[in-house]
Write a protein that binds this ligand. Structure first.
Ligand code: SF4
Length: 338
């Protein structure tokens, strides 16, 4: 498979009055053409910062992409070194991003038709009539009913789910090679969530667009992602394909995320699992495993030494001392409820 994106040793800091916050630390991953990748973790784990750095949407300063970080697009260009001029065409034409709340991205004073047409005229050089026809086609592609009428509607006249569909249509208007969706379904009810995820899956197959999905909810990616990367405190702690993460995960943090997904196929009527404690302060130097203060399997070595990455298969790896030959054996099935 052809690689469309290679992120290599990405380190991002934020310079604050309190000190340097090392928000992303040594993150590396590849994304192939037409592939879907989920970055999963709780708030503040660095997933959105990682995603925004791919489109260079971080405000620099206070953010700083550290020396040595590389974000290679299509095997040739390093996004970290892109000129401002190239970045303008890169965003939209090569990579698009959609956010949790479409109202923050849509202009409330313009109709949705005007907004999509504007993108088509600027990025694809279309004339007004051609852009209008294309806009209607795009709205139909994302399953907006009565598209010819809807183009005259303002964002506030649409439901939350429909606004997110409009954002997806706008993001796809220039046939980007990568679509980044940052918590696209968080503000929506469960039925609409499922419809939006199905729609993203259909569009990925139809246009061969690679998708990076950012979410705190492993449940959302269950039927969607080809590969999943679990992030904690600015690092990737486990990565694998869907089966490996859902059925063979070996990292205690991934277990905690899996245990916090509500399930219908169980008799268990206990309260939903909640992970105790808080993530570490990323201003302070970290010693040992960043998850150690919250991990019920933490051993002495976890407090002293950062875990090394262990490869379990070509696609599955994790950073945890439980993989060390001397570590006590933990039964995954017993840890996971249900
Ligand atoms: Fe827990 Fe230790 Fe593994 Fe960290 S390295 S997740 S503290 S067992």
């Amino acid at each position: 498979m052809d690689k469309i994106l290679e992120v290599k040793d990405l380190n991002i800091s934020f310079h604050t009055y309190a000190g340097e916050v090392k928000a992303v630390r040594g993150v590396s991953f590849d994304l192939n053409k037409g592939e879907s990748l989920a970055l999963v973790g709780e708030s503040g784990c660095g997933k959105t910062v990682t995603a925004k750095s791919i489109v260079r949407l971080l405000k620099e300063p206070p953010a700083e992409i550290k020396e040595g970080s590389k974000i290679i697009f299509n095997g040739k260009e390093d996004v970290v070194k892109m000129s401002k001029k190239r970045l303008r065409s890169f965003r939209g034409e090569d990579v698009s991003m959609i956010f949790q709340d479409p109202m923050t991205s849509l202009n409330p004073t313009m109709t949705i038709g005007q907004q999509i047409m504007e993108a088509l005229m600027i990025h694809k050089g279309m004339q007004k009539n051609e852009a209008k026809k294309e806009t209607i086609k795009l709205l139909e592609t994302v399953n907006i009913p009565n598209a010819e009428e809807r183009i005259n509607h303002y964002p506030h006249q649409l439901s939350g789910g429909m606004r997110q569909r409009v954002m997806i249509a706008m993001a796809l208007s220039c046939n980007p090679k990568i679509l980044i969706a940052d918590e696209p379904t968080t503000a929506l009810d469960v039925t609409i969530q499922a419809q939006i995820m199905d729609l993203l899956g259909e569009l990925k197959n139809k246009f061969n667009t690679a998708i990076i999905l950012i979410t705190h909810d492993l449940g959302v990616v269950a039927n969607f992602a080809d590969k999943i990367q679990v992030m904690y405190a600015g690092e990737i702690v486990e990565r694998g394909n869907r089966e490996e993460i859902f059925y063979k995960s070996m990292h205690p943090y991934t277990w905690a995320l899996l245990n916090s997904v509500p399930r219908l196929d169980t008799e268990n009527k206990e309260q939903l699992y909640a992970l105790r404690g808080t993530p570490p302060d990323l201003i302070l130097p970290l010693k040992g495993c960043a998850f150690s203060s919250r991990c019920e399997y933490a051993m002495e070595i976890c407090l002293e030494r950062k875990p090394v990455e262990t490869r379990l298969s070509n696609t599955h790896s994790l950073s945890c001392w439980l993989q060390h030959p001397d570590a006590p054996k933990v039964n995954r099935a017993e840890v996971l409820r249900g």
